[in-house]
Write a protein that binds this ligand. Structure first.
Ligand code: GLN
Ligand code: ZN
Length: 755
């Protein structure tokens, strides 16, 4: 078979809309404010805009089916008939889909977890012995036909069967899900036939799971899958796409099959791997040289050198992004608030597409065709290298000095000092930090931004929110209070806005999960803290109550993970600079009277390198950064941390290493097994396994929470157990929160009385 090769593409696009149109439409649909045809209309318009935009920019192969109402992994589960049985009874197909994603009053949603080492969350399909795979190709075929009707050179994108099974969770006694591959293969083969019949000349099958460590058997399975799929007749050309790292031994395996193309991440991975695999001379290599995950303008000369290194090793070459542009904002266009110099260093989604086209033009038509673009890129790179904001010697010197200083006393000593100071009951109740971000709060923030209300008025309104939340917590009978974080748009951005070395965007939204978006700040220079960032709010809250109020900070690893980071120095160096700023803040909180300081590190696991060989180094610097941030306070000050997940896996030792006096974790969706895992590594500090799943609108009953606590007490002595929700409450409604926390406190009281 011969297929038309293409020269310029991207692996996927942002889908939430330049003005978050999809978020608004989906949320309006959930709230019953718009109906299904209206929702579909918004979706169709966004898709058409995306595709025509990519075509007009000059791409000659355009990904479709990268749109999603919620998540591409959930779409894949729906495509292969693997939605969980508990939603199967819901007659409407879209409602069923959203029920699997978000849960309903009586249905638990699927678990959600991070997509590789990114801050995107996918829904984890559940596959059990009763899962009977069956193909429903309507979504992908529908989007293909829609694109073809617009004259788009459409390349449907689907998640590959190997990655799909590796990311799914075995339930009801299932074990190794990859054993089910032979049930999926005929579905994928049929899908290929269907897509060819519908007019697709290429299909992209994503297999990012192959860039992590895989066993020989798993790689052999991948080889067999693509042998079989490429042997099918009447199919489109197949591009197997990898991203977020090097394929390692999976590359020769894939190259030995009959697939026509392989996409490689040449930002995270290396060009050398290509030359080492002779079989690639028969294939289209889609070279991901434009960083799809970060916002720096590509140094086009460097990228051209990389591309030059591939010539001769590949049958033909297409230029692409390293991964889907899902992970960057749509466009730099509306960011008029950024300083001009910084702006000249950046490229968002549309700008990256132009870079791809420029590079591809340089390859096909020669450098002369793009001299101006090359010169502009080099000028930006030079301006960035020489900018004074990239180096603050005072900070660098202080870090060198602190490295020599000691840490905190052993945990047992601290526990005694803290018990004396805090006088908490057994099974203390608390929350993770934020309370619902009500429309009142959003209106005030918008008013401040637009100048409609004064700074004073804004501060007053935030204080009123804090006061409400403190009163509520006292009424509910919680033991350790929080101020509720009304002043924080986002737990990372809030700090980034106040630290030197960071810049904020205005419209730089990136999908985090479902309709939730984040606006990651840009870390561009050395970090310093001009003034305290949180002290006034915490002190105000503390002035309203005799109960302890936790100071609430975001940890250095999480600030890094949820920002676009510098690519001109090791992450470890950036982490230490941020840690120093957080350390100074913790010390200021303590000086202002805080007896407890919480430093959230929900992203500790997210940055974990995909390959085991790279992990020890990461864990060393990330744990070190947390300890740098948390060890400035006295031993009598209780340090809490919060992690947003319960499958610790590779980071479990690191959690011991953090040495936080109390660690709150997610557990509501995945039961209390996590406590056994912690015991197994000798963890003996305070722990608060979430007993209220805040990812769903469901209010847990008293008995349900009490049961979770009794379950937890089998693994943890009462003296170490805390009672708290899974995570912050900011995305929930106030009525749900009130009811849920009332039940949580009642459950704690009930279980205390049984001790
Ligand atoms: N303190 C933060 C909050 O409650 C923690 C959020 C998180 O871990 N994602 O919102
Ligand atoms: Zn959390």
């Amino acid at each position: 078979m011969t297929f038309p090769h293409f020269a310029a593409t991207v692996l996927g696009s942002p889908r939430i809309g330049p003005r978050r149109e999809l978020k608004r439409a989906v949320e309006a649909y959930w709230a019953g404010r718009i109906d299904r045809p209206e929702l579909e209309d918004v979706a169709r318009t966004l898709r058409a805009q995306t595709w025509t935009g990519l075509r007009d920019a000059g791409l000659d192969s355009i990904p479709v089916n990268t749109f999603s109402y919620y998540d591409q992994v959930l779409d894949t589960a729906a495509m292969v008939g693997a939605l969980p049985p508990r939603v199967q009874g819901i007659p409407d197909e879209l409602d069923r889909y959203f029920a699997a994603a978000r849960g309903t009053a009586d249905v638990q949603p699927l678990e959600m977890t991070k997509w590789f080492d990114t801050n995107y969350h996918y829904l984890v399909p559940e596959i059990g012995p009763d899962t009977a795979f069956a193909l429903d190709s309507s979504k992908v075929v529908g989007e293909l036909e829609e694109a073809l009707a617009l004259g788009i050179a459409a390349r449907p994108v689907i998640l590959g069967p190997v990655t799909f099974l590796l990311l799914s969770k075995p339930v009801d006694g299932s074990a190794d899900l990859l054993d089910r591959i032979d049930e999926l293969l005929p579905l994928y083969a049929e899908l290929l036939r269907t897509l060819a019949a519908a007019g697709a000349s290429w299909v992209q099958i994503d297999e990012p799971a192959l860039v992590a460590d895989r066993s020989e058997a798993e790689i052999e399975t991948a080889r067999r899958v693509y042998d079989r799929l490429s042997a099918a007749v009447d199919r489109p050309a197949v591009l197997v796409a990898s991203y977020f790292g090097d394929l390692g031994p999976a590359l020769p395996a894939l190259a030995s099959t009959g697939v026509e193309g392989i996409a490689l991440d040449l930002v995270a991975g290396s060009v050398d791997a290509v030359a080492a695999v002779p079989a690639l001379v028969g294939k289209l290599v889609v070279a991901g040289v434009v960083d799809g995950r970060n916002i720096w303008r590509t140094d086009l000369e460097t990228a051209l050198v990389a591309l030059g290194g591939l010539v001769g090793s590949a049958g033909s070459l297409a230029v692409s992004t390293s991964c889907s542009l899902l992970h960057v904002p749509h466009t730099l266009d509306p960011e008029t608030g950024l300083d001009e110099t910084l702006r000249s260093w950046l490229a968002f989604g549309t700008e990256k597409v132009s870079e791809v086209v420029t590079l591809s033009t340089a390859l096909t038509a020669g450098r002369d065709a793009v001299v101006d673009a090359l010169a502009a890129s080099s000028a930006a790179a030079a301006s960035r290298r020489s900018d004074a904001r990239l180096r603050n010697d005072e900070i660098r010197n202080r870090l060198a000095d602190i490295a020599a200083a000691g840490g905190r006393a052993p945990a047992a000593e601290r526990r005694e000092l803290q018990a004396e100071r805090l006088e908490l009951p057994v099974l203390p109740t608390t929350t993770i930090g934020s309370y619902p971000q009500t429309s009142r709060i959003r209106v005030a923030r918008a008013g401040l931004r637009s100048g409609e209300i004064s700074r004073e008025e804004y501060l007053d309104r935030m204080r009123a929110e804090i006061s409400d939340v403190v009163v509520l917590q006292e009424k509910l009978g919680l033991d350790v209070l929080v101020h509720g974080e009304p002043e924080r748009n986002d737990m990372v951005q809030y700090f980034a806005e106040q630290l030197d070395g960071f810049a904020a965007t205005e419209f730089g939204w990136v999908q985090s999960y479902g309709s939730r978006c984040v606006r990651p700040p840009i870390l561009f220079g050395d970090v310093s803290r001009p003034r305290p960032m949180t002290v006034a709010w915490t002190t105000y809250a503390q002035s309203l109550t005799d109960k302890p109020v936790k100071g609430m900070l975001t940890g250095p690893v999480t600030i890094l993970a949820w920002s676009f980071v510098r690519d001109d120095q090791p992450l470890a160096d950036s982490a230490r600079q941020i840690a120093l700023a957080i350390r100074d803040e913790a010390v200021d909180l303590e000086a202002a009277g805080a007896a407890i300081v919480q430093i959230d590190e929900p992203a500790l696991r997210e940055l974990l390198p995909l390959r085991a060989a790279d992990r020890p180094e990461y864990l060393d610097w990330s744990v070190g950064a947390f300890r740098l941030a948390s060890s400035g306070v006295a031993d009598s000050t209780q340090v809490h941390t919060h992690l947003c997940y319960s499958e610790f896996g590779e980071v479990i030792d690191a959690i011991v290493g953090l040495d936080a006096d109390v660690t709150s974790i997610e557990a509501a969706r995945s039961h209390m097994e996590v406590l056994d895992d912690l015991n197994a590594v000798g963890f003996d500090l305070g722990v608060g396994p979430g007993v209220y799943d805040i990812h769903s609108p469901r209010v847990p009953g008293v008995e349900e929470v009490a049961e979770s606590l009794r379950e937890a007490l089998k693994a943890v002595p009462a003296q170490r157990l805390w009672v708290n929700p899974d995570c912050g409450l900011k995305t929930r409604g106030i009525d749900e929160v009130r009811a849920s926390l009332r039940n949580l406190v009642a459950a704690a009281e009930a279980v205390r009385s049984e001790l």
